[in-house]
Design a protein around this ligand. Structure first.
Ligand SMILES: NC(=O)c1ccc[n+]([C@@H]2O[C@H](COP(=O)([O-])OP(=O)(O)OC[C@H]3O[C@@H](n4cnc5c(N)ncnc54)[C@H](O)[C@@H]3O)[C@@H](O)[C@H]2O)c1
Length: 410
């Protein structure tokens, strides 16, 4: 099989909903001649989950070594790098153990539960020559990449504001597709997930906004419990989040997320530029919308995105949308891991580990996305707008105290 470099021998830690998607992404890439990674070992505390993923990998060749305990996988000398896809509250401890064992680390978003946990990871990563990368897939979805490019090229003029809504039903908050991704119960436990909208979903938004518009400087958020009107126990984590983000130059963005609106599922985005207004009929990706220009012209957003991708110079394309790591023209955006950006995240990690370069999202960048989310907690706690720098420095941390306590960092 042709490959641009020798496949990285990876141990997959966590074979739950997202772990399966990582295994499928690797399999999908290999099927497209993109053998940048070989999963040589897997780990999950549950035997049944290991069985499913081991069977999937075995179809492509060798059956991986199986472990119930992550420490045993980290000690496997055949494993060069680990891919951690565990509940968020476990991320920092697992990353530190993997680095201590000399393994490169790819971890699912978010990097960790709090800024204090991220600090430990950044420090440990800085003291090694190992790669720490975050598998944040949303910015890798082709349409999100394209809109970032169009924004940078000034296609919509200087930007003023963005509005996003994501309203979903409670059962399940993450939609089941081909892959079993029904939300596990720990998503609803703040001490494990940091809040369903604030961190579990919110970190995608924080990273996307940084990717499109630059660093978030200030945050004002209100966190609510909409479903408590019906059932106190239905959603112990917040189910309603409204927030606004401030950027350099006066650009502001606003989000409204609710996960317990039965029968009214809707998601959209609106980007207001001085030369055009861009709409999208989805939250996680720009799709199905329209670009309305100041001069009255209208263009289908999907067409503008396709043109941007078609016109990419070969070297740029190989960098941002490498061949074999994503599927053009796939409709199954939320269920097909390659199209959904997971393949690109894994490809970027392997390239960084093999070439000794920085990954697209390293620990420091991912720490900033977590800090933006934690700024929502801090703002809600104080009832005022907060500066992200004060959250990054640790000056504001009272809102994160229960989470730090839960992971032993109080
Ligand atoms: N990028 C995305 O779109 C996306 C979507 C869903 C989840 N995620 C992220 O992926 C990560 C995992 O989420 P998930 O939905 O797969 O959760 P999950 O609960 O479905 O899977 C977690 C797996 O970890 C195993 N596990 C837990 N503790 C363990 C331990 N100590 N040792 C060994 N195995 C252990 C569980 O048995 C389970 O199979 C989280 O960080 C989450 O935020 C990302």
């Amino acid at each position: 099989m042709l490959s641009e470099f020798k496949p990285l021998r990876v141990g997959l830690v966590g074979c739950g909903g997202m772990g399966i998607r990582h295994a499928r992404a690797v399999s999908g890439m290999r099927a497209r001649g993109c053998a940048v990674v070989e999963i040589v070992a897997i780990c999950d505390a549950e035997e049944g989950r290991r069985e499913v993923v081991a069977g999937l990998i075995a179809k492509d060749g060798r059956r991986p070594a199986e472990y119930a305990d992550p420490a045993a996988l980290f000690a496997d000398p055949n494993v060069e790098a680990v891919d951690i896809v565990l509940p968020t509250s476990l991320h920092h401890v697992m990353i530190l153990e993997a680095l201590a064992a000399g393994k490169h680390v790819l971890v699912e978003k978010p990097l960790a539960l709090t800024v204090a946990a991220c600090d430990l990871i950044v420090e440990a990563a800085g003291s090694t020559n190992l790669v720490v990368a975050v598998a944040e897939n949303y910015r890798r979805i082709a349409s999100n990449r394209a809109v970032a490019g169009l924004i940078r090229e000034g296609a919509f003029g200087p930007l003023d504001a963005m509005y996003a809504r994501n309203f979903a039903s409670p059962e399940p908050p993450v939609k089941a597709g081909e892959c079993p991704v029904a939300a596990p119960p720990w998503y609803r436990d703040r001490r494990s997930a940091g809040g369903y909208h604030v961190l579990e979903i919110g970190v995608h938004e924080a990273d996307l906004q940084h990717f499109w518009f630059g660093p978030v400087r200030s945050v004002e958020a209100r966190i609510g419990f909409f479903s408590r009107k019906r059932d106190n126990q239905a959603f112990p984590s917040e189910d309603l989040l409204t927030a606004s983000f401030g950027f350099d130059g006066g650009f502001t963005s606003h989000i409204d997320f609710c996960s317990t609106i039965r029968g009214y599922e809707t998601a959209d985005r609106l980007l207001i530029g001085r030369e055009a207004v861009v709409s999208s009929n989805a939250w996680h990706a720009w799709q199905g919308g329209e670009v309305r220009f100041e001069d009255g012209r209208r263009e289908a957003l999907d067409r503008m995105i396709a043109t941007w991708i078609d016109q990419l110079a070969p070297e740029h394309r190989a960098q941002v949308l490498p061949h074999g790591a994503w599927i053009e023209d796939s409709e199954a955006l939320a269920t097909e891991p390659l199209t959904y950006g997971v393949g690109l995240a894994i490809h970027d990690f392997a390239r960084a580990a093999r070439s000794g370069t920085q990954p697209e999202i390293n620990a420091e960048q991912a720490r900033r996305a977590v800090a933006t989310c934690c700024a929502m907690l801090e703002s809600a706690e104080l009832g005022t707008r907060v500066d992200v720098d004060d959250v990054l420095s640790g000056a504001l941390r009272a809102g994160q105290a229960p989470l730090n306590q839960a992971i032993g960092l109080a």
